[in-house]
Structures are given as C-alpha cells and as structure tokens.
Write a protein that binds this ligand. Sequence first.
Ligand code: FAD
Length: 440
Amino acid sequence: CFCELEGSINDCSCDVDTVDHFNNMKIYPRLQSLLVKNFFRFYKVNLRQECPFWADDSRCAIRFCQVENCEEQAIPQGIKDKGEHKEKAAFKYTREAQVGGAACSDGEDFDSSLGFLDTSISDQAHREFELWAKHDEAEEDFCIVDDHEEGSQYVDLLLNPERYTGYKGESAHRIWKSIYLENCFGGNNETANKFSNYVPHLDLRDVCLEQRAFYRIISGLHSSINIHLCSKYLLSESKDFLDPQGIWGPNVKEFKRRFSPETTGGEGPHWLRNLYFIYLIELRALAKAAPYLRREDYYTGIAEEDDEVKLAINDMLSVIENFQSHFDENALFSNGIASIKFKHDYKEKFRNISRIMSCVGCDKCKLWGKLQTQGLGTALKILYSEKLNLATESGLWDKPHIEADPIFRLSRTEIVALFNAFGRLSNSIYEMENFRRVLR
Ligand code: FAD
C-alpha cells in the first residue's frame, strides 16, 4: 500500500513506525477521553470576521458547512466567568512587573487587589497598561487570537465534528494557494514561481531547513484536514435539503485519489509523511510546556470533572515527556543574526495564515481551520518563546507558590486549540491505520 510509510521522518530523529505505535496505543485513546470534557469542547472563536485579503466569497450554501450553535446554558458558567478572571489576573501581573513590584503573589486574591487598582489608577492608565500587556504578549504570538473581538462565540466542537462538507473548487484552492505562497521568504522569485502554478511542489533540496520545515508543516496540516474528510465522508444523504443528517464513514476511493502516487504525480506519500512532521512539532511543544500545563486549573466550575481533567492531563504529559525521539526545535533558527530575521518572518507568515482563515468559504471548515492554525501557532509560540525559556531556566516551575504567568502565559483559548489541534493530528494518524488495513 502506498500509505505503508517506512523509515525516518525527514529532518527528525524518529521513524514512522515509532510514531504510529506511540500515537495509536498511547496518545490517541487518552485524547479521545480528554477532548470530550467540558473544558476542551467549548472553543471561543470569531467566525464573522471579514476576509482582509479579497472580497468575501465565503457564504457557502452547502448545508454541511453550517456550524450548529450551542445553547447558552450548555456552556459551564465557570468557563464564561473564568475568561474574565484570567484577563484581570494577567493585567494585574503585568502591571506589577512594569512598575517593578513583586510579580508574584502567594495566593493573593485577584479581585481584592483589582479593587485597589480600580480605585488607585485612572482609567487612562488602566487602558495604557492593558494595551502594553497585550502588545507584550502578542510579540511572542505566531497567530492572531480573535476570541475577544465582537462577534466571537463559543462553539461546541462535539456538535460540529470535522468531516466532509463539500467545500471545494476555486474558493478552497485560493485559500490553499495563499497559504503555500506564504512560504516565499524574502520575495525570492524563483521560489514564488515554484508555487505559482498552485501545485505546491517545491524541490526541498533547494531550500534551507526553516523553509522546508514551513512547507512540511503546512502540507502536514493539509493532509490531516483531507484525511478527516475522507474518513468521515458523506456516504449517503437525506433527500430533504433542510435535513443536515447523513451517513458518514470512510471513503477509501477518495483517500486513494488524494494520496496515491498515481494520482498525485508521486507526491501523495510525501504529503502523508508531512503529517508525521507536524505531529512531532506539536508533540514536542506539549512536552516543553508540560510544567506550565500541569499548573493550569482547567476550571469549568464542575469540581469533580476539573479534578479528573487535571489527572488526565498529568498522565498524558508524563507519557509525552517519556517519548524518546522528540523533534529538536533548536535545529531551527540557530544560525545567528540571519535566524533572528527568519524567526520574525516566520511569525509574520503564520499570523498571515491565521488571517487567511477568515476567508475560508465554509463555516465548519473555517472553525476547524482556525482552531488548527491557532493550535499550531500556540505550539510554535511554546517552542520559540524566550519567556518560557527564561521561566524554565530560572526554575520557576518548581516553586509551587510562584506564578510564572507574567513571564509566560497561554490563554484558555490557546490551550483548548493546542490540545484539540494535536487531537486532530493524532486522529489522522489513527485513521491512516484504518485506510492501510483496507488497502492492504
Ligand atoms: P485540495 O485539497 O484543495 O488541494 C489542492 C492541491 O494542493 C492539490 O491538487 C495538490 O496538488 C496539492 N495538495 C493536496 N494535498 C496536499 C498536501 N497534503 N501537501 C501539499 N500539497 C497538497 N473540506 C471538507 O470537506 N471538510 C473540511 O473540514 C474542510 N476543511 C478545510 C479547511 C481549510 C482551511 C481549507 C482551505 C479547505 C478545507 N476543505 C474542507 C476543503 C479541502 O481541503 C479541499 O480543498 C477540497 O476537498 C478540494 O480538494 P482538491 O482535491 O481539489 O484538492
């Protein structure tokens, strides 16, 4: 079978078999039970944001593109309140750091100290600090987080599984093309030409590691999305146009069309391999952020479930930390001054990709596209965050009473996106095993 991939994963010290086994036996089952928990199933996102690049052609009429709204009362109160609470806490910390006060406060009550802030500083100063804090945090971001903007809403991911929607043609192609074109660093015409006929075949021998990695990441994401639509394909639909129900299941023919060497000019198996590359990147990010993620409270207000989630996270992070062949993030951006510029460009390009997601012409694809690019952006932020390195080097994580938040912070939305995005990749690798079995 063409999808029987073998050998090492390019630019990594790990092979496909090892990842298959590790994912399918250890990670996939754990994620399956974790991602149905309330903390992870409600994702805040803005699906109404205008496309900043071209006239909006994004209102697709296909019935399977629609995102089903959830009932307000289905969202645990703790999730709604916590967003508020965290924001205030972050503001307080950042302000303290700025005025040179103690950045950490053992068990101090946020709200009471905010009461003090509210009365002791003017609104103007408050706003300035807030802007300063946001700017400071955004510096490290590889992604635009739009969950604060007007029009953002909570979406129940379980009500809206990623699957075949029928979104295709010019609109879908324009998105993929724009995303791949972001890989043209430094306005290099030759590279741009390689992408310009859209089929994004890039001779990877010609380009530096950072550019290869960029391409592999995007291609891996593209493979993952397309594997999902093949594994949850619309096999039979209701005759009633208003009825969104149908029968969904794996479509082997579609999988072959998208990935076999015969139909893809020999590229399909490489695209599948790239899925393993992006998987290893996100896996490494989880391992690196493990001390931080263990300290999160995963608060929904449902005490029993929150405890369960914390235990499950701890268990999964331990499994991930014990994985032997992690991706070496230091291989990228390690070439002195040139790397600083490269890293800056990388951030810009990934932020642009997250903007492009607002142009996706199918709401359900947009939802999962936004979530997966945000999860990826969060993984890159973790891997290349100076602040996280600083917190780790200074041993902040080992001191239970000291909050490292002012140094490194992830919002709830980023954490939800990170775990769900990784869950999507894990699911794709698992589904590949099913396709392999049938194709064998
Ligand atoms: P496309 O997938 O559109 O690919 C276009 C070209 O890119 C191919 O002809 C090939 O040359 C190249 N290519 C394909 N795969 C790779 C790869 N892995 N690496 C490198 N190059 C590659 N559809 C759904 O049904 N459900 C969804 O949830 C969904 N989500 C989407 C999310 C986003 C952000 C986007 C942009 C599209 C989404 N789509 C979704 C649409 C889907 O990805 C395809 O675009 C669509 O099915 C049309 O497929 P296609 O055969 O024309 O090739």
